[in-house]
Design a protein around this ligand. Structure first.
Ligand code: ADP
Ligand code: MG
Length: 276
């Protein structure tokens, strides 16, 4: 073969190899290895504090891994010589908080990074913004200010803003956790649409029904480890590891309290009264 072995281009969208991350002497990620293919939708689930956000933030180097390797597309993120700004331009990130500029219209919120970071002309940026507003069902609100929109609409704008940078992949960290329950569905619908279009997505979420429906793969994390991963029908529908089972049991049956759980006086009775 004539192709030089040294280039060995990875066909994965994201490769994480033996990643560890400590804050002081607290090791929050322990030897994590994970590959995500182009077009794949991976949902990361797990209890609070298990390291989900830290893993996501290591993918675009918002956190610097203590050891291990992260590759995104052709960018060696953990190479000290990598052009991180260039690499991050290819990675969209959506957080629980939308972080829209309150003093700018929806349209300006979507064009500002396109003109300042990508150097697009204002008219090109506006055309791209309008295309992406349509994609999230917000085409008619380009002149609104964020405060005039519901949380669900603001999160859809934040997704459109991210899409306007033409990302190769999108990272979502609990994008619906700050929303009132009746506004969650519209954001999940937009994300399902992106999945159907073939966007590569890594999504930290507690929305198990969404993960079951939209994910190609579910990764369950606990205590800084990937404990179990596989198709949602298996990890959520038929978990094998006792920790996965116990987490899902708690998430899917929030009113069921196990007898051994330590609760303040009276809480067991109160919850028993509430349970169906
Ligand atoms: P998750 O997203 O699964 O809830 P995180 O990745 O946010 O978990 O956090 C994992 C652990 O790392 C937690 O114990 C958290 O307190 C700790 N942690 C996260 N970020 C920092 C930080 N910047 N400094 C110190 N500890 C942190
Ligand atoms: Mg988190």
């Amino acid at each position: 073969m004539s192709s030089p072995a040294a280039e060995a281009p990875t066909s994965h969208a994201i490769t994480v190899e033996h990643l560890s991350k400590s804050f002081g002497d607290h090791e929050v990620l322990k030897d994590i290895s994970l590959q995500i293919d182009p077009g794949e939708v991976v949902c990361v689930i797990g209890p609070s504090g298990s390291g989900k956000s830290t893993l996501l933030r290591c993918v675009n180097m918002l956190e610097t891994p203590t050891s291990g390797r992260v590759v995104v597309g052709h960018h060696e993120m953990t190479d000290p010589d990598v052009d991180l700004d260039a690499a991050r331009r290819r990675i969209g990130m959506v957080f629980q908080s939308f972080n829209l500029f309150p003093h700018l219209t929806v349209l300006r919120n979507l064009t500002i990074a396109q003109t300042k970071v990508l150097g697009r002309s204002r008219s090109d940026a506006e055309a791209t913004a309008r295309k992406n507003l349509a994609r999230v069902g917000m085409a008619d609100r380009e002149n609104a200010f964020p405060a005039q929109l519901s949380g669900g609409q603001q999160q859809r704008i934040a997704i459109a803003r991210s899409l306007s940078m033409d990302p190769e992949l999108m990272l979502f960290d609990e994008p619906t956790s700050a929303l009132d329950p009746e506004l969650v569905g519209e954001v999940l619908a937009v994300m399902k649409g992106l999945a159907a279009e073939g966007m590569t997505m890594m999504i930290v979420t507690h929305e198990m029904a969404f993960a079951r429906e939209a994910a190609d793969r579910v990764v369950f994390m606990d205590g800084g480890y990937i404990v179990e991963e596989g198709p949602p029908s298996r990890v959520i529908g038929d978990p094998q590891n006792p920790r996965t089972k116990s987490f899902l049991h708690r998430v899917l049956n929030p009113m069921v309290i196990e007898p051994e759980e330590i609760l303040p006086d009276g809480m067991h009775d109160a919850i028993r009264d509430l349970a169906p």
